[in-house]
Ligand binder design. Structure first.
Ligand SMILES: Nc1ncnc2c1ncn2[C@@H]1O[C@H](COP(=O)(O)OP(=O)(O)O)[C@@H](O)[C@H]1O
Ligand SMILES: [Mg+2]
Length: 247
């Protein structure tokens, strides 16, 4: 696998509070990377550093592919998204074609076509004229993913994508991401990895430090170290579902 993003000896904090300490992480082409860790462990912060929204205190983030830093799609944590913004599904997805440096512009015909194509692919075309504030959690999550896909990203970062959706939507999302992963790199950040336990290529555990990065087979001892509490108390059956079955 070809390495496309390298996080090297990264330190970051807010004001004086250190949040990430000496984090090292490689992300590969067509990787399915699962980043797990407890709430407050620094996962969202790490994504924002990779996206360039935050600047490291120390250390580096290197990109090993032409323009890869401009080809990163981002689906933010659901709770941070203002659902009351009055906009149709179509316009919401179309907005994904805007790059941050070019905010005021007319949409090109190709961009409108691309939006139609993505809506169709994600089975969202039938709700294109609905207002986003009328959608269920699962549908809105898919609209946000559609928006991140219209710009043809090579890497898609999703922050807690299963947090506010029902089990059926979680499984649909998992299958959809797996299909997408045939073409692009997927990075899922979650405090509850249950839905992704069987499908990742690499897993990284972040709780201030990066405790593990590899191909899986986490054991209870490591999870205890990362989550900082006895695994029995974690709930959701995380440790069991996370242990990859030996083939
Ligand atoms: N904008 C901010 N200003 C100050 N502290 C923050 C900010 N965002 C997050 N934090 C703190 O940084 C730590 C890591 O947060 P975060 O990256 O959101 O963790 P996670 O995504 O793993 O739940 C937490 O202690 C959180 O309270
Ligand atoms: Mg978070």
């Amino acid at each position: 696998m070809k390495r496309i993003i390298e996080v090297k000896n990264l330190y970051f904090g807010y004001e004086k509070n250190l949040v990430l300490e000496d984090v090292n992480l490689d992300i590969f082409e067509k990787d399915f990377l699962l980043i797990i860790g407890p709430n407050g462990g620094g996962k969202t912060t790490l994504l924002k550093l990779i996206l360039g929204i935050l600047k490291p205190w120390k250390g580096e983030i290197n990109f090993y592919d032409d323009n890869i830093s401009k080809k990163i799609g981002y689906v933010p944590q659901f709770s941070s998204f203002n659902k009351n913004f009055p906009i149709s599904v179509f316009n919401m997805v179309l907005m994904g074609t805007i790059d941050s440096k070019n905010f005021i512009k007319k949409y090109k015909k190709e961009e409108i076509e691309k939006t139609k194509e993505i809506l169709d692919k994600l089975d969202l075309y039938y709700i294109k004229d609905e207002n986003i504030n009328s959608l269920s959690g699962g549908l809105l999550q898919r609209v946000l993913i559609a928006r991140s896909l219209v710009a043809d990203p090579k890497v898609l970062l999703l922050d807690e994508p299963t947090a506010s959706i029902d089990i059926t939507s979680q499984l649909n999302l998992r299958d959809f991401l797996l299909e997408l992963n045939k073409k692009i790199t997927i990075v899922v950040v979650t405090h509850d990895p249950t839905s992704f336990a069987q499908i990742y290529d690499h897993i990284a555990c972040v709780n201030r430090r990066l405790f593990y990065h590899g191909r899986g087979e986490l054991d209870a001892q490591l999870l205890e170290k990362v989550y900082g509490c006895p695994v029995e108390l974690l709930g959701h059956g995380i440790p069991h579902t996370l242990l990859k079955e030996h083939i």
